[in-house]
Design a protein around this ligand. Structure first.
Ligand SMILES: Nc1ncnc2c1ncn2[C@@H]1O[C@H](COP(=O)(O)OP(=O)(O)O)[C@@H](O)[C@H]1O
Ligand SMILES: [Mg+2]
Length: 281
């Protein structure tokens, strides 16, 4: 199967308000897909539709080739980590996971295996209310991958985490991809998306404004198309990114004068600002 998820013209209204205004997206099997958008864009709403927590106003969703109506059948193949974590505050890390081994009907020893994997084994007896935000994220992710899902939905998995903890979460997400899972994540962190995702879509005011591989999207907005050289003497040199610059670049390199060379394609963040007229935070 080429696509794990196919959405056709998804519309979601809450009263008068149209939050999603016709979303068409396809998620490739085995990829990490990132849905990007500012707060309030409708990212969580779309995840809720895909995971069967919300019935869309209009449009169709197919997951593993099955219609939305058959989503119960898909549930055992899904893992999800929503932004409210869904953990029991008074139960220990271990007991939280144990509960889910029963729900998913997997051996109880799986709880310990996963606690080790996410680095919470030493703290397995701590109640959730004593955990830091980073530990909660890891526990929540542990719970989401308990049943070795074929598709994993992660709603802002690394939001509000320090860079080191975010990197741990990213590593776990990549391990899930290596295992063969398809990953659908939302984020408003463009750097995270660029590093992690095979494809991204930019959601703004209910429509998908851009879609593609992160690098490819950035290159589409490389209006200047220049090369920027920083020389060892501190001087900056700008030249066109074409053959007319070949001799000059060669000369600088031969004279060992080059500190850095960059092309002028913008970051995803800059692309988003150009498209929406504002930043993401
Ligand atoms: N159950 C609901 N009833 C009414 N409005 C809602 C409901 N859920 C979400 N919304 C509205 O839909 C918009 C998108 O919300 P959400 O999907 O949570 O955005 P995001 O996850 O991108 O921050 C917001 O304006 C939010 O207030
Ligand atoms: Mg959200």
């Amino acid at each position: 199967m080429e696509y794990t998820v196919e959405m056709r013209h998804i519309v979601q209204r809450f009263g008068e308000k149209e939050v999603l205004r016709g979303i068409d997206l396809k998620i490739h099997e085995g990829e990490i897909f990132g849905l990007l958008g500012p707060s309030g864009a409708g990212k969580t709403t779309l995840i809720k539709i895909l995971t069967g927590q919300l019935r869309q106003t209009a449009g169709e969703v197919q997951i593993f080739g099955k219609n939305a109506g058959n989503r119960k059948e898909n549930l055992s193949k899904m893992g999800m980590m929503m932004d409210n974590f869904g953990l029991y505050e008074r139960l220990s890390c271990y007991d939280n996971l144990k509960l889910f081994t029963r729900i998913y009907d997997v051996p109880e020893k799986r709880a310990d295996e996963i606690l080790r994997r996410v680095g919470l084994y030493e703290d397995r007896k701590l109640p959730v209310m004593k955990l830091s935000k980073g530990m909660r994220s890891r526990l929540s992710l542990a719970r989401a991958v308990m049943n070795e899902p074929r598709i994993l939905f992660l709603d802002e998995p690394a939001s509000g985490l320090d860079p080191a903890t975010a990197a741990e979460i990213h590593k776990l997400v990549q391990e899930e991809k290596s295992r063969g899972a398809t990953i659908f994540l939302t984020t408003h962190n463009m750097e995270e998306a660029h590093k992690l995702c095979d494809h991204v879509a930019l959601l703004h005011e209910g429509v998908i404004m851009e879609y593609g591989q992160p690098g490819e999207v950035c290159c589409r907005y490389n209006h200047q198309n220049k090369l920027l050289l920083r020389l060892l003497n501190g001087k900056m040199v700008e030249m066109s990114n074409n053959r007319t610059s070949a001799e000059k670049v060669k000369e600088y390199l031969e004279q060992e004068m080059v500190e850095t060379i960059h092309s002028t394609e913008p970051s995803l963040e800059t692309v988003f600002m150009e498209l929406t007229g504002r930043g993401l935070e």
